[in-house]
Ligand binder design. Sequence first.
Ligand code: FAD
Ligand code: UDP
Length: 367
Amino acid sequence: MFKKYDYIVVGSGLYGATFSYLAKKKNKKVLIIEKRNHIGGNIYTEEIDGINVHKYGAHIFHTSNKDVWDFINQFVPFNDYVNQVLANYKGKIYHLPFNMNTFFDMWGVIEPNEAKKIIDEQVKKENIKEIKNLEDQALSLVGRDIYETLIKGYTEKQWGKPCDQLPSFIIKRLPLRFEFNNNYFNDTYQGIPIGGYTLLINKMLEGIDVILNEDFLQNKEKYLRIAKKIVYTGAIDEYFDYSLGELEYRSLRFEEIKMNKEYYQNNAVINYTDKETPFTRIIEHKYFENIVSSSTIITKEYPDTYSKGKERYYPINDEKNNNLYNEYLKLAKKEKHVIFGGRLGNYKYYDMDDTILKAMEDIKKYL
Ligand code: FAD
Ligand code: UDP
């Protein structure tokens, strides 16, 4: 039977856009189906008063993979933004990630050996033999003071669970250094696409058909008839109609506020690390691209429990959910005409560079 498209790509986020661009380059006919009213998935930005607003939370591109960096830079130039995050704990400001500036803020020390000595003493006191969860991991890396001030409250708000019930890998995302260096990431390359992420995705999707406001799962049969293969970047449990049970996710709520003053917090990102403040961070968008203007736009990010109908922002990669995901993966392998990709399709805590790399690898594997 004649099929109009080689690939129908479900989702216009970074995975869908990368896959579509690379498939088109190989002369494949691609159609994208997107259920939101815009392209870009969670990296979508919208220009408001000359400021590119990150509508689904701060997105800073960082990678150590030169192929990924070169790939993404062919569409739009990136600026040299370096993410330097501050933490506000009950009104006092601390530097992140954990580095000599943080140790100075906390203990007034300026020598790496002094900081190491304090941390070593605190770690020893905890007497942790085996790392079983995020709390063990954090206490064995930085000790009690930093854990209580900068980690515990933030993490428990963010994930809605106590730290001793969370997987340890989450905290290893943050660098720990004994030098004065506030760069939030260790990667070789970092920046923000000049003109916003939506411009970037628009460039990637030039010449590719996109249908917005359409939920693939509502019209699955229709689309299967017109495409040889489906690339699905939605939630994997939803694809299988939750037949094995529901995977857990964490959702978010964003409160965007425009202010008629030049600056609000004088930094792109400030985390609120106490348990009581209901949001985890405030971002001030103009700092991502050094915009000079008389007004400013901020977004408060509130963690939220996930329930059907809300957006799924984070997979919860603990043992229970990973096991369930592996059961879904077995079903997915039987769907020979479907490639599952992206943060939701693979149920993985991918950063943007991981997402692009995975799409590149999948193109090599399947095309
Ligand atoms: P998504 O962006 O979620 O795209 C999936 C798309 O599929 C969505 O548009 C969705 O509407 C659509 N879709 C789903 N189901 C259907 C359906 N049935 N029919 C039609 N369409 C459907 N990474 C970094 O590298 N740096 C950062 O600073 C960073 N910050 C982040 C901050 C937050 C708050 C979050 C949540 C993530 C952050 N990330 C960051 C990660 C980054 O957002 C992801 O790596 C990337 O967006 C994943 O792209 P994706 O295409 O897999 O998923
Ligand atoms: N984290 C923390 N305190 C902070 C910032 C982060 O304890 O001030 C922990 C928290 O558990 C978080 C994890 O480190 O989930 C990873 O942080 P990152 O900034 O990478 O989170 P993301 O941007 O992916 O939400």
